[in-house]
Design a protein around this ligand. Structure first.
Ligand SMILES: NCc1[nH]cc(CCC(=O)O)c1CC(=O)O
Length: 315
């Protein structure tokens, strides 16, 4: 069959990336737009041993798909928005930002007893006394975790979501941190992963829980095809979070948390920077009417500077 008129959806071949690409594919199919998935390996998947923050370059998950788009090998790239560098590659644009799923981080435990001990320490505000051994390679998660649980030991863990669950059960860590959205998309409930504990006090990565569709600039066919996937409130919130990140000059490897939500026409934004040793942190909150969305990120970044962000050790 000649498939040259099919829209080609590029994706990494991890289960999560494939699930996300399939969601876009299903939408297009439901709208009678012929499409097919096209699998591409990324540097971020190939090098599994180096902690992400040491890899340094931005966009290790997105670069291979950017190149495939620019070379016309694919027409659409689907990503977790939090993995996309704040500066898109020249010649590319966002076609749609999907309605955000659960933005929280979740701790997955090997056993129930440790989960209960951690939950109790959080409820009773005695986290300062609880030593625990956890795994994450995100310096944002590491920093915020150490701030709450200073007696913890933290090890790096790499690999896709499924690999990390397997590593947790094979190693001697008590728990590992995941994005709830990733677990939920893959149907990884507690019966599969082991006991879970959502961490509402941990401020997510900018754009966590949201998916983005990227295409070539002015590709009217794709822009039109994907318009129905777009969620305006998610777009406003994630743009604020990413503008805040950009204003503080953070890449994917910075201990910066940011989350915005819109309720009754009011944007509530929280931004956080935590030192990598967990000792110092600064949190800012900005609330403005929806009409003033353009001001939020700059105002929050300015507050960060006023509160002394330059004294926080972030690398
Ligand atoms: N760093 C990889 C990554 N990128 C996006 C998600 C989850 C989905 C999302 O946040 O939209 C994950 C897995 C994780 O952090 O556990």
């Amino acid at each position: 069959m000649n498939q040259s008129n099919h829209l080609k959806i590029g994706t990494r071949d991890s289960k999560l990336a494939t699930w996300q690409a399939q969601k876009v594919s299903d939408f297009l199919t439901a709208n009678h737009l012929a499409n097919q998935l096209h699998f591409i390996k990324s540097e971020g998947d190939i090098n599994l041993t180096t902690p992400l923050y040491e890899v340094g370059v931005q966009g290790i998950f997105t670069k291979a798909l950017d190149i495939a788009l620019l070379n016309n090998e694919i027409d659409i790239a689907v990503h977790s928005f939090k993995d996309v560098p704040t500066q898109l590659a020249a010649g590319l644009q966002i076609a749609a930002i999907l309605k955000r799923d659960n933005p929280l981080d979740v701790l997955v435990f090997k056993n129930e007893t440790t989960r209960n001990n951690v939950a109790n320490a959080i409820n009773n505000k005695t986290t300062q006394q609880l030593p625990i051994h956890i795994a994450t390679s995100s310096i944002r998660r590491k920093a915020q975790w150490l701030h709450a649980f200073p007696l913890s030991t933290i090890d790096n863990i790499r690999g896709n979501v499924i690999t990390r669950i397997e590593k947790l059960h094979a190693a001697d860590w008590d728990a590992a941190i995941f994005a709830a959205a990733g677990l939920e998309r893959l149907g990884l409930t507690e019966s599969i992963t082991g006991p879970q504990l959502p961490l509402p006090w941990m401020l997510p990565a900018p754009a966590q829980g949201a998916m983005v569709v990227i295409c070539r600039e002015n590709d009217e066919q794709v822009l039109k095809a994907c318009a129905g996937l777009h969620d305006e409130h998610t777009a406003i919130c994630t743009h604020i979070e990413r503008d805040f990140l950009r204003a503080l000059m953070g890449g994917c490897a910075t201990p910066i948390g940011a989350f915005a939500a819109i309720e009754n026409g009011i944007i509530s934004f929280t931004g956080n920077v935590t030192a990598i040793d967990g000792k110092d942190e600064i949190t800012v909150i900005v609330k403005t009417p929806l009409e003033q969305q353009q001001l939020v990120a700059t105002e929050a970044a300015t507050l960060m500077v006023q509160k002394g962000i330059q004294n926080i050790k972030i690398n």
